[in-house]
Ligand binder design. Structure first.
Ligand SMILES: Cc1ncc(COP(=O)(O)O)c(C=O)c1O
Length: 408
């Protein structure tokens, strides 16, 4: 007798990103999705035009509201994130703005971690404030700080893991529980985790039928999904249909479409995302370890390194750790000396963004960056690219020697 076949195990994410549902045009069975460009989409007759609604994905109505290329990318981002539906936006920051603008109205209050991506805070300070939406900052490393900040007017809590630049890794499940206990929606900036380090929609094992996960995951596709430092895009992913529709209708009303060529560039990069993430993570950890032995600095901020703020929360939740870390220079070095070190780097280029093939650095003044904390002095944020890690270490060493050797 034939043994019953055991169902195939759920494929790994890296496999799913390659063997992903896609229907090529009839008679052209190539696995690579095409680049479909359109503003106008032709209808066969007036009845077909009237029957097709731009609020559904059952058909195409107008290039702004989706093409086969953008719908395919949306589906793959939802798979990557562990969600059900995604929306694409022209940048990560636009994805943050959509979330705020779709879910908040005058009189509502928004809570943001004090170490959040800076422009998200600026949006709240300027535009949201002008529309009568208030915001407050909370300390993401102190759950009670979030609990105390929630009021009856709070409608949305932003989360970020780890915080931008200073890399503190919060206790995400505890923050989520605090928000959920008060019935407040949560949105995670999941750019660092990228769908690889942890699953934002399944943060804890299912307990008593309850899954602990974020309501919204926002992802700057500009970083790992692009991987080339050449495309700007963002995504907002959900698992809840009603929430997705609230975001989607606002997205449509605001006209935030993305170009087909950009979408295709990201589609092309997605299958290599898990490999790039792992390689850049490995190099970043090696470089961070090397920095931890240097006497010019007082701290390495990298969630996978013991002693980094929130290391235990990273350990409880994550496998991977992306490609970013920061070092805090000893205060005996003036900011001009730290700038001289940054200028002396040859392979590391000075520039914003991260997760591309080129390693990047940005220097920050801690007193301005984190006035809430006692940290002072200069911090340098490293984004590790795809160069050989030995060359990157040698670059840091030669820059330290040439810029700081007289003050050691
Ligand atoms: C954590 C984080 N979120 C969001 C963004 C915004 O992405 P974009 O540059 O696509 O607007 C960035 C960009 O650096 C980021 O680092």
């Amino acid at each position: 007798m034939n043994k019953p076949k055991t169902p195939p195990a759920k494929p790994a994410l890296s496999t799913s990103l390659i063997h992903h549902a896609y229907e090529p045009p009839a008679g052209f069975d190539a696995p690579q999705p095409g680049v479909y460009k359109a503003s106008t989409v032709i209808f066969a007759n007036t009845q077909a035009m009237r029957e097709r609604t731009w609020k559904e994905k059952a058909g195409y109505t107008y290039g702004l509201h989706g093409t086969p290329t953008t719908f395919t990318l949306e589906e793959r981002i939802a798979t990557l994130e562990g969600g059900l539906q995604s929306l694409l936006l022209p940048s990560g920051l636009a994805a943050i703005a959509l979330t705020d603008m779709a879910l908040l109205r005058a009189g509502d209050e928004l809570l943001i971690p004090h170490n959040a991506y800076g422009p998200s805070k600026e949006l709240a300070r300027h535009d949201l404030a002008q529309w009568g939406i208030t915001h407050r900052f909370y300390d993401p490393m102190d759950v009670q700080s979030l609990e105390a900040a929630i009021t009856p007017a709070t409608r949305l809590v932003w989360l970020e893991a780890p915080g931008s630049v200073t890399m503190e890794f919060p206790d995400l499940p505890a923050l989520l529980r605090a928000a959920r206990a008060k019935g407040v929606l949560t949105a995670l900036d999941n750019t660092w985790g990228a769908g690889i380090a942890f699953n934002a929609f399944d943060l804890t094992p299912e307990q008593g039928g309850e899954r602990l996960g974020v309501d919204i995951s926002m992802h700057a596709l500009t970083k790992f999904p692009s991987g080339g430092g050449d495309v700007l895009m963002g995504a907002v992913t959900t698992r809840d249909e009603a929430l997705h529709l609230r975001l989607k209708f606002a997205h449509m009303r605001m006209g935030w479409g993305v170009g087909a060529n950009d979408a295709e560039t990201i589609l092309r990069s997605l299958p290599s995302l898990p490999l790039r993430y792992e390689a850049q993570d490995r190099s970043a950890r090696m470089l961070a370890q090397w920095w931890s032995q240097r006497t010019e600095i007082v701290q390495v901020l990298h969630p996978a390194l013991p002693g980094s703020p929130g290391h235990e929360h990273w350990q409880a939740l994550c496998g991977g750790a992306a490609s970013l870390f920061s070092v805090v220079f000893d205060e005996r070095f003036a900011s001009a000396q730290v700038d001289a070190f940054v200028d002396a780097l040859k392979l590391f280029k000075i520039g914003y963004s991260w997760a591309g093939p080129i390693s990047l650095v940005v220097p920050y003044d801690l007193a301005t960056l984190r006035p809430q904390q006692a940290w002072r002095g200069s911090l340098v944020r490293f984004s590790v690219g795809l160069e050989a890690v030995g060359d990157l270490i040698a670059d840091c060493e030669q820059a330290l020697d040439s810029a700081l050797s007289s003050s050691r």
